[in-house]
Design a protein around this ligand. Structure first.
Ligand SMILES: C[S@@+](CC[C@H](N)C(=O)[O-])C[C@H]1O[C@@H](n2cnc3c(N)ncnc32)[C@H](O)[C@@H]1O
Length: 273
């Protein structure tokens, strides 16, 4: 079947909708990419133009059409131990620091949030590193959220192809993965028990959390947002972090220091002021 073309006006409608609902800012250079990513959805739904498809998505009341749209459009690339120095920092600095005040006074649960967790490699990496280096008196839990339902389904299943484990150090592979059929590997239940996956749109004004977090990961997500969206997201991260809590962002991302919310610690590592 021939590829359906997306004209300028239709692209503006669809990219405007994606920006308003999810904060993802798509410039003109992304038009061909978006056209390609949506072809299958249009063919499956029997739409004859992008305009008809757009109309359907805005009028569909349950919101499921919108979720399919964002699922197709978002970039979900991720891998285990991505930006490894963050996990070294957790092991060498954050965990010993976090345990110190609690050594004598009892137990503490370290609360971690992975915002934009994609198919689970990031929160499972954090879980492996923390579990492996837990100090006495400290426990932890990880909330992992994303907007993409198909990514969350993969994350909850926690089964990965052999090649995806190439970046996992052998000692972690042995401890935290179990071989399953077709040469795939699945995450050990003791690690799955530590991570709760939920769907959450980061663009919401507030989040349904009861408490605050000691650590927030939001890596390689803000690159898709424009600067007003990034700024309001950083304000919310500040609000949902404990005093002295850490924020990890992607190495290609920066935080405007004039915002005054966070202290720079190391590349892509910030601490709440
Ligand atoms: C490139 S992946 C990054 C995954 C992981 N954090 C990492 O660094 O490897 C970006 C993720 O952000 C998610 N995302 C994009 N916009 C979002 C939004 N408005 N709310 C929640 N998640 C969003 C995408 O679905 C995607 O899974």
């Amino acid at each position: 079947m021939n590829e359906m073309q997306l004209n300028q006006k239709e692209y503006q409608l669809i990219s405007g909708l994606i920006y308003n609902k999810f904060g993802i800012s798509l410039n003109e250079q992304k038009q061909a990419l978006i056209t390609g990513r949506l072809q299958h959805v249009l063919q499956q739904g029997g739409f004859t133009s992008f305009k008809d498809y757009y109309q359907y998505v805005v009028e569909e009341k349950s919101g499921s059409a919108l979720l399919i749209l964002i699922d197709r459009v978002s970039t979900n690339h991720t891998f285990f131990f991505r930006e490894k120095d963050h996990f070294d920092f957790i092991k060498e600095t954050l965990l010993p620091q976090a345990a110190k005040p609690f050594e004598k006074n009892g137990d503490k649960e370290l609360k971690v949030w992975c915002a934009g967790c994609s198919s689970g490699e990031e929160p499972y990496t954090a879980a492996m590193v923390i579990l492996d280096n837990l100090v006495q008196g400290l426990d932890f839990s990880i909330l992992a959220t994303d907007i993409s339902i198909s990514s969350l389904d993969k994350a909850i299943k926690g089964t990965y192809a052999k090649e995806q484990l190439e970046t996992v150090p052998p000692s972690y592979r042995q401890k935290y993965f179990i071989s399953v059929e077709d040469g795939d590997w699945t995450i050990h239940q003791k690690l799955k028990n530590k991570v709760l996956f939920r769907r959450l749109n980061l663009i919401q004004d507030s989040y349904p959390f009861k408490g605050k977090f000691d650590v927030i990961f939001c890596r390689n997500v803000m690159i898709y947002f424009d600067s007003p969206t990034r700024r309001s997201l950083l304000e919310r991260f500040h609000r949902y972090l404990e005093p002295g809590g850490y924020l990890f962002i992607g190495h290609t991302e920066t935080i405007d220091r004039s915002l005054g919310f966070f202290k720079y610690i190391k590349p892509a590592i910030y601490q709440k002021i």
